[in-house]
Design a protein around this ligand. Structure first.
Ligand SMILES: [Zn+2]
Length: 237
């Protein structure tokens, strides 16, 4: 785990349920952290915080929670690209989504991310930002005079990586289930790092980004899905 991941872990540790870590991991002195790493982290947090001031349309307390989830974790280049597209984040009521199970969503048409207030300190904001980033990385195309939205994950090189994940994880889910929520991952086995990622290439991308930026899940992703991990290392810098 590098220093940035560890510092990011400080921000996210309390947010997602993780098994308890041996004491001492977070007990080290900041004096051991190389000054350039600290400078890099501070610059990233500062830039992301300024971007979020404009991007988030929510009361200050909710904005602060979103900042706690996002600023130290997401590369500034990713947030900048999403901001350039004019994407905004709103905090929405449970019944805003058609399905009450939905915790967040990204609308490419409206360039809008909706997140439930209970999800502000989870991985959901990063997952939805990943969808917006996927959208921002690929220009939309015109088909028969009509504009059609395209994502980076629609492109052949990514489709190839997605298809090999489907193949590698085939049969690792209960029979009759093509995908499962990540919270039920304990049922899965083998090279499966997210059941939900099997749903389609867009979810595979978003779940991948969420794992790649997570201080503890990053290593699991690199071990079980090196192709995606390498793709994301090149894409998120
Ligand atoms: Zn999604």
């Amino acid at each position: 785990m590098d220093t940035i991941s560890m510092l990011a872990g400080l921000a996210r540790r309390a947010l997602t349920p993780e098994p308890p870590k041996p004491s001492g991991i977070f007990g080290g002195s900041m004096g051991n952290v190389p000054p350039e790493k600290v400078r890099e982290l501070k610059a990233r947090v500062q830039e992301n915080s300024q971007i979020l001031d404009h991007m988030v349309l929510a009361p200050e307390d909710q904005k602060a929670q979103l900042k706690a989830s996002i600023t130290s974790t997401v590369p500034a280049s990713m947030l900048r690209a999403v901001a350039r597209e004019g994407v905004q984040i709103v905090v929405v009521r449970k019944d805003t989504f058609a399905d009450p199970q939905t915790v967040g969503a990204y609308s490419a048409k409206h360039k809008l991310i909706g997140v439930r207030p209970t999800e502000l300190l989870t991985g959901t904001p990063i997952h939805e930002l990943a969808h917006a980033y996927d959208d921002a990385l690929a220009p939309d195309v015109e088909v028969n005079g009509k504009k059609e939205q395209r994502n980076r994950s629609d492109q052949p090189d990514f489709q190839k990586i997605y298809r090999s994940y489907l193949k590698n994880t085939e049969g690792q889910l209960p029979v009759g289930q093509d995908w499962i929520p990540t919270s039920e991952m304990e049922q899965a086995k083998g090279s499966m790092w997210s059941g939900y990622a099997r749903k389609n290439a867009h979810e595979y991308f978003a779940e991948g980004v969420e794992h790649f930026l997570h201080p503890f899940k990053k290593a699991e992703l690199a071990r079980t899905d090196p192709q995606l991990s390498q793709f994301l290392a090149q894409t998120l810098h």
